[in-house]
Design a protein around this ligand. Structure first.
Ligand code: ADP
Ligand code: ADP
Length: 228
């Protein structure tokens, strides 16, 4: 079933740049879908529209009825991971992962089990008292993923999260992300311009063309089953 459907979605910016035009796409429950395409073809814009960080200029986004109800009850049901880990340098790993729950009014003590669980998921259980400056790029990205997961979102949006990492670190993170996806059973929408990464990770790939927002082809690796 479709968790989310975009129909005829267009996005034009004030400077008259058209980032997306007539985009039709589904995000299905529990899938790991990649948006693949060259820079500038509107992948990030599509992700930001799904996140509700920006509004479409035309067309519509329809959430599955159940999801609409859930989103009213749990406004933090979406996790977002950017290419830059954007950690607070003055806060520990624990403090950084606490942030989304803190903004929701949950104290450190109340949030502790969820934070510990998120850190364990990304392999950082032993690093809660470390500070960002002590961590490698890959570990900072792990913190950023833990921060996105700490609210237990059902939908995880990732915008070229590993593009700045060296290949070995990137490959490790790819494997660990697959493990997280399997353990949580969440839905992931993953933006990349790496063909390898999209094929390795996803159950479905939507190929964006340089022509704004056109999904030129849809490469279905396995439409029904999670990968094993
Ligand atoms: P973004 O700002 O979307 O992250 P960049 O233009 O900064 O993209 O590119 C990041 C890296 O990916 C650069 O090394 C760039 O050469 C490479 N890259 C960009 N577009 C493509 C593409 N279509 N195919 C392969 N590599 C690309
Ligand atoms: P991608 O993620 O595929 O690299 P983007 O969605 O970031 O593509 O951008 C698509 C197009 O929209 C690009 O031409 C980009 O320069 C433009 N764009 C993105 N964000 C803005 C913005 N806030 N204002 C104006 N133009 C933008």
């Amino acid at each position: 079933t479709a968790l989310l459907r975009l129909s005829g979605v267009g996005k034009r910016f004030a400077n008259a740049v058209t980032a997306l035009e007539g985009l039709d796409m589904d995000v299905r429950q529990g899938e790991f879908v990649s948006l693949l395409g060259p820079s500038g073809c509107g992948k990030s814009t599509a992700l930001r529209l799904i996140a509700g960080l920006t509004e479409p200029s035309e067309g519509r986004l329809d959430w599955h009825e159940e999801e609409t109800v859930r989103r009213v009850a749990e406004p933090r049901s979406i996790g977002f991971v950017f290419q830059e880990p954007t950690l607070m340098p003055w806060a520990s790993v624990f403090g950084n992962v606490h942030l989304p729950l803190k903004l929701a009014g949950t104290s450190r003590r109340e949030a502790e089990p969820a934070i510990a669980e998120a850190l364990e998921l990304v392999g950082l259980a032993g690093f809660r008292d470390a500070y960002p400056r002590e961590l490698s790029g890959g570990m900072k990205m792990r913190v950023s993923i833990a921060r996105a997961l700490v609210t237990k979102p059902r939908l995880l949006l990732m915008d070229e999260p590993f593009a700045a990492l060296d290949e070995i670190t990137r490959f490790k993170l790819n494997n660990d992300l697959l493990e997280v996806w399997r353990r949580l059973g969440c839905t992931i929408v993953f933006v990349t311009h790496s063909v390898f990464e999209s094929v390795y990770l996803s159950s479905r790939i939507l190929v964006f063309r340089a022509r704004p927002g056109r999904v030129s082809s849809e490469l279905v690796i396995d439409p029904n089953q999670p990968r094993d």
